[in-house]
Write a protein that binds this ligand. Structure first.
Ligand code: OXD
Ligand code: MN
Length: 580
């Protein structure tokens, strides 16, 4: 297939800027992947793991200063600052071109520039979108092979010659002082320099599928969300699909691959991180997973918390920043086996108990989705899967009950916009601080978040039957700091209530913040939990809520006139319900 002129001329222009020693077009083949791994083994970018117990698995140790997304160095570069909105870092496009362009200028001298044509979404789907990325990192190319569909043939999905997101990535000198991740939504362009780490460097993921994706979704009338997609199969064999937004490192991967503790129920995985959701011709929402692999957080992944993930990462996996045992196996905190003598930490140093964690808290595995034992047969359906419910989940010790259901679409959008969460290791900064993270999109919404709430409200109006919207919080604690709910495989009990509500067969009581399960409505058979703990997990505390609404109205204030009236109205109504 002939390449479009637009793609060729953008690649030429970028090579003119970065001045690589040579240019290689990637075809996405196994042969190419094998060649890249050989080369990376030879130059030390990756190390082999135990080829008997972890065949075709490798360990990559990143630069120690390059271990997480760097939100403070991530910019949305729109002509008008207001279009990026108060929750994004903003640079004027001309300034960004000067500053980031200065770093990209000659950054690939003596290096290979790989050109990666890639597809986000299943082959043959009208919902899939094309990207063309260049990079000087072989590790990024190998990771893109797993996370996206790579090869020139994907260009046939373009609707016209310029219908692609262009992304230039260079490792630069890896210095955090010369690191930028700049998005130019008006030009459908991403420039990333100075980091080789996942979300900063695998441009298909957060930069394309979420930041530019959300911009494009608003223009074209769909949703690009930080959501897993799962199907819950019930004992009658019916599968109900749900999409769930949760902040980074808050258990999305575990939930999407959950092994049910309830007989007769089964979770099917469609995606673990991102959902692109369109309105079908019949007024039904349909979702695809734009990714092709999983880039999951390793620590605390075990046979107890996520047996499916443990099974899928036994082959063809790249581990990043995990610890390594003397027999060449990956190890991390919470893997379920004690640290063996002779363990090497994530930087390759001898590890001793009592010190810093052996694996970096944000260490990862990158693996093809098809290796997941619970992957849904429908996961690559070009039509997507029908979405019957949305879940917004956050990590909060207080306030938010285990599960609640919104009164209607607008109330659900309000509850999503009100999400607060305790921060985790997936971003650089403080861990465990509560921050507002509407719909888990704070770091990923590529435009003014006030407009984003408006876009959500507008989508509801286009739907024949808008999906029900739920809030969940697996992380509520008692006064002594112990989790009230066991979580993991037992979360299927909450999913069952959600699906039963959707099908009109589960009981709920009304509270000022939504419907919560009545005593007895959650299936607790086989779970050894005191009734007062379940009650505490479901409790709605008026004072805690009023306090949190105060903080929320502060958060909303920054959006000024871009905050939709309906959202402000929901806040006022909730406060009224809580005080009367
Ligand atoms: C991720 C993240 O890597 O959200 O998925 O940080
Ligand atoms: Mn994520």
């Amino acid at each position: 297939m002939a390449l479009t002129n637009f793609v060729e001329s953008w690649v030429d222009e970028t090579a003119g800027l970065t001045k690589p020693g040579r240019v290689v077009w990637c075809d996405g083949s196994k042969h190419e992947y094998d060649r890249l791994t050989e080369q990376m083994l030879a130059d030390g970018t990756i190390l082999s793991l135990n080829s008997r117990t972890y065949p075709n698995c490798y360990l990559h140790r990143s630069d120690p200063s390059d271990v997480a997304r760097t939100e403070q160095l991530t910019f949305i570069c729109t002509r008008s600052r207001d279009d990026a909105g108060p929750t994004n870092n903003w640079l004027a496009p001309a300034d960004a071109r000067r500053r980031v362009g200065g770093l990209l200028d000659g950054s690939m001298r003596g290096r290979t520039m790989y050109v990666i044509p890639y597809l986000m979404g299943p082959t043959g789907s009208a919902m899939s979108r094309v990207g063309v990325m260049v990079t000087d990192s072989a590790y990024v190319v190998a990771s893109m092979h797993m996370m996206t569909r790579v090869g020139e043939t994907v260009l046939s999905h373009m609707r016209h010659g310029a219908d692609f997101i262009a992304g230039a990535h260079s490792l630069g000198d890896l210095s955090p002082d010369r690191r930028f991740i700049a998005h130019f939504p008006e030009e459908r362009l991403i420039w990333s320099v100075g980091s080789g780490y996942g979300g900063n460097a695998l441009l298909g993921k957060k930069c394309h599928a979420l930041r530019l994706g959300s911009w494009q979704a608003r223009e074209e009338g769909w949703l690009a969300e930080h959501m897993l997609i799962l199907g819950l199969e019930d004992p009658e064999g019916r599968i109900t699909y749900l999409a769930a937004a949760m902040p980074s490192a808050s258990g999305k991967t575990n939930l999407s691959m959950l092994v049910s503790k309830l007989p007769g129920y089964r979770v099917w995985t469609v995606g673990d991180d991102i959902a692109w959701i369109h309105v079908g011709p019949d007024g039904q929402l349909r979702a695809i997973n734009p990714e092709r692999g999983f880039f999951g957080v390793a620590p605390q992944t075990s046979d107890q918390t996520n047996p499916n993930a443990m099974a899928m990462i036994r082959s063809n996996t790249i581990f990043t920043n995990v610890a390594a045992t003397p027999s060449g196996e990956p190890w991390w905190e919470g893997i379920g086996t004690p640290p063996p003598a002779g363990l090497l930490d994530w930087q390759g140093r001898q590890w001793a108990p009592g010190g810093a964690p052996a694996a970096h808290p944000n260490s990862r595995f990158t693996v093809p989705a098809e290796q997941c034992p619970s992957i849904a047969p429908s996961w690559e359906d070009p039509q997507g899967v029908p979405i019957s419910g949305f879940i917004f989940g956050s990590r909060l010790a207080r306030v938010q009950p285990l599960v609640s259901e919104a009164f209607d679409w607008d109330h659900g959008v309000f509850l999503g916009s009100a999400m607060g969460t305790e921060t985790t290791a997936a971003i650089t900064g403080k861990v465990g601080v509560v921050r507002r993270d509407p719909m888990a999109m704070l770091p990923f919404c590529g435009y003014n978040m006030g407009d984003y709430f408006g876009h959500w409200l507008g989508m509801g109006a286009r739907l024949r039957t808008p999906p029900r919207i739920f809030r969940v919080n697996w992380f509520r604690r008692d006064d002594s700091g112990r989790f009230l709910w066991p979580g993991y495989g037992d979360n299927v009990r909450v999913l069952k209530w959600i699906v039963d509500r959707i099908h009109g067969i589960a009981d709920a009581r009304e509270t000022p913040v939504g419907y919560v399960p009545t005593a007895g409505a959650l299936e607790l058979d086989g779970l050894n939990i005191a009734p007062d703990r379940v009650e505490a997990a479901l409790h709605v505390d008026g004072d805690e809520w009023l306090e949190s609404l105060q903080d929320l109205s502060e958060f909303y204030r920054q959006f000024g006139s871009r905050l939709p009236g309906a959202v402000a109205e929901e806040l006022a109504t909730t406060a009224r319900r809580l005080t009367t």
